[in-house]
Design a protein around this ligand. Structure first.
Ligand code: SF4
Length: 244
């Protein structure tokens, strides 16, 4: 039986996650095109209003841990820019730490390289007054580079998930039904960005995670999908969307 992996990482689904994945695949209304399994939950409304995240959530998705492991090409691109990112956007304490012990460590059973955590958060999480930000993302935008080129693939993928099932790839999104096997786990329960109903029922200023700015989950990762799998992949999703 082919192993099940989180695409773009060296991390496999646990046996429990694999069990839930298989159950889900039996009941979900998946559309298959070539090697892709497209899940209709790609059209779930999402609003990645990350700049306002700290105003309404006690912690952001970049706090309290570290990103998923990175493939060599992803990691090599980060290495090319990391020193400049650290010098430009991170505080002296992190600059010293990077000099002394680096910013990568090997984790999990496969000893896969990933960005290490620092004081409980991702090493590249920057803080400024009441805001926190991804220093890699900020640096990429300042230098007119696509953030997905430098950030860990998984970070760029949110709110989508891609499961590698042998030759096949399930392209799905975070929902209560995918949570038991998704790399994002229970994030759906906590964050307004991926939970339209929770946002709708919340008493928040209308401009925070504005309901009118929710749009289909897949569109937040359109560039990543196109660059990773070609225009054809995006065209298939657009074709499928017409039926929903
Ligand atoms: S690399 Fe950036 S997006 Fe990913 S966890 Fe770290 S701060 Fe967040």
């Amino acid at each position: 039986m082919p192993s099940l992996n989180y695409y773009g990482t060296n991390d496999a689904l646990s046996s429990k996650e694999a069990y839930h994945y298989k159950k889900y695949m039996k009941r979900a209304n998946i559309q298959t095109m070539g090697r892709f399994h497209f899940d209709p939950v790609l059209f779930t409304p999402v609003n990645l209003d990350c700049l306002n995240c700290k105003l309404v959530h006690s912690t952001t998705c970049c706090e309290g841990g570290q990103p998923y492991s990175m493939k060599p090409d992803n990691l090599n691109r980060l290495h090319l820019h990391a020193q400049e990112i650290i010098q430009t956007h991170l505080d002296p304490k992190r600059q010293k730490e990077a000099q002394e012990t680096g910013y990568i460590e090997s984790v999990s059973e496969t000893f896969s390289p990933t960005i290490k955590d620092c004081e409980g958060d991702c090493f590249f999480l920057g803080k400024q007054e009441s805001q926190s930000f991804c220093s890699i993302h900020r640096y990429a935008l300042e230098n007119k580079l696509s953030p997905w080129l430098l950030k860990p693939f998984s970070c760029s993928l949110f709110p989508l998930d891609i499961i590698e099932d042998g030759e096949k790839l399930l392209i799905t999104a975070i929902t209560p039904e995918t949570a038991p096997f998704s790399r994002w786990g229970k994030d759906y329960e906590h964050f307004f960005c991926v939970n339209y109903q929770k946002r709708k029922e919340a008493e928040l200023s209308p401009e925070l995670f504005s309901l009118k700015n929710f749009k289909p989950a897949w569109t937040w990762s359109q560039e990543l999908l196109e660059q990773s799998f070609g225009k054809e992949c995006v065209e298939w999703i657009l074709q499928m969307e017409k039926g929903y």
